[in-house]
Write a new protein. Structure first.
Length: 343
């Protein structure tokens, strides 16, 4: 927006992504995530760099990004694979500008076109950064965590973020677990923490700062994300959709913004108005009925909660209309996946 403060890969026969798939993804990725050049003249003592946040699905990466930035820019829900795009969030404090890159959870179970696209995003994010935050649940290390860890090279400093520390009842169990983790990868530092604890977030920012190169900032000091307001609108609809349908609705449902019009304030002192039209895309007629709900109550609530959140985030008035359409098999169709905005 920029929002301000106020070989085509194929799964193996188990459906898992293989090392050959990862190599193929890397070979096809040529986009540099860094801006073309500094956004301002260099200032002595300034630091700026890219920090990738990676981990398995539903481990708390988006919650961590929002806490590090200081405002919600990445949607969250209990449904795995909520984040589907590379989300960049900026936080500038003192002489340091942190440019965080939130990524989808690396998907190893389903081999459809959507998940291949999401995995390319993850692999691309870890290929060109100054620091990696590898997020796991404190005291846990699953096969899904191991598959993500296998993507990380040895030449980029990597912090082990032992998240959700508040859920660990016996803190004495963490020390031997950390020793086990050190044997799995040469982590630069261990950071046991909770993304919901503001002191832990401040401590993590201090740790990250020393790994960033001295160079001019890439963004203005008050910028929080490089994503557009239109993109944020689609993400907010999708978040409310997942939160209000729970496990009933498959994760492959998505949201398309059909109209995004801005009207200036009618009078001085009034807020601008955004008129938004959104389509929720599902794969079956039964899913459509589920989203609409009894007498349309569920889709009305999705719209209402989206409007309230966007008005708070964007500091404006919002009018939003929503429809639901069935597009069977879209997540398996590479062309349609691209047309719906996935890379």
């Amino acid at each position: 927006m920029s929002t301000t403060k106020n070989k085509a890969t194929e799964p193996d026969d188990t459906g898992a992504t293989t090392s050959n798939d990862v190599e193929a993804m890397l070979a096809g990725l040529h986009r540099d995530m860094r801006p073309a050049g500094p956004q301002q003249a260099p200032v002595e003592g300034q630091r700026c760099g890219l920090i990738a946040i990676v981990g398995k699905p539903n481990v708390g990466k988006s919650t961590l990004l929002n806490a590090l930035v200081g405002q919600k820019i990445s949607i969250t829900s209990r449904k795995a694979q909520t984040t589907r795009h590379r989300i960049t969030g900026m936080h500038t404090v003192g002489p340091t500008q942190f440019v965080f890159v939130d990524t989808p959870g690396f998907q190893t179970i389903h081999g459809n076109a959507l998940n291949k696209s999401l995995n390319k995003t993850v692999v691309g994010a870890v290929a060109d950064v100054d620091l990696i935050l590898f997020v796991v649940e404190a005291g846990s290390f699953t096969p899904a965590d191991a598959r993500v860890l296998a993507l990380l090279g040895k030449n980029i400093p990597t912090l082990l973020i032992a998240n959700k520390l508040d859920n660990v009842h016996r803190r004495g169990d963490i020390a031997p677990w950390l020793q086990e983790m050190q044997a799995k990868h040469a982590f630069t530092e261990f950071v046991p923490m909770s993304a919901k604890n503001s002191k832990d977030i401040e401590r993590l920012l201090d740790i990250c700062a020393k790994y960033l190169p001295e160079q001019a900032w890439w963004y203005a000091a008050d910028e929080l994300t490089d994503r557009s307001e239109r993109f944020m609108a689609s993400e907010m609809v999708r978040e409310k959709l997942f939160r209000l349908t729970g496990d009933e609705l498959p994760y492959t449902s998505t949201v398309i913004i059909d109209k995004f019009d801005e009207e200036p304030p009618a009078k001085k002192g009034q807020k601008r108005l955004l008129r938004i039209a959104a389509t929720i895309v599902v794969e079956r007629d039964g899913h459509k009925a589920m989203v609409i709900g009894d007498k349309g109550e569920r889709i009305k609530r999705i719209g209402m909660e989206t409007r309230v959140e966007l008005e708070k985030l964007l500091d404006c008035k919002v009018f939003i209309e929503m429809w639901v359409k069935v597009r069977s098999g879209w997540a398996d169709d590479e062309a349609r996946v691209r047309s719906f905005g996935y890379e």
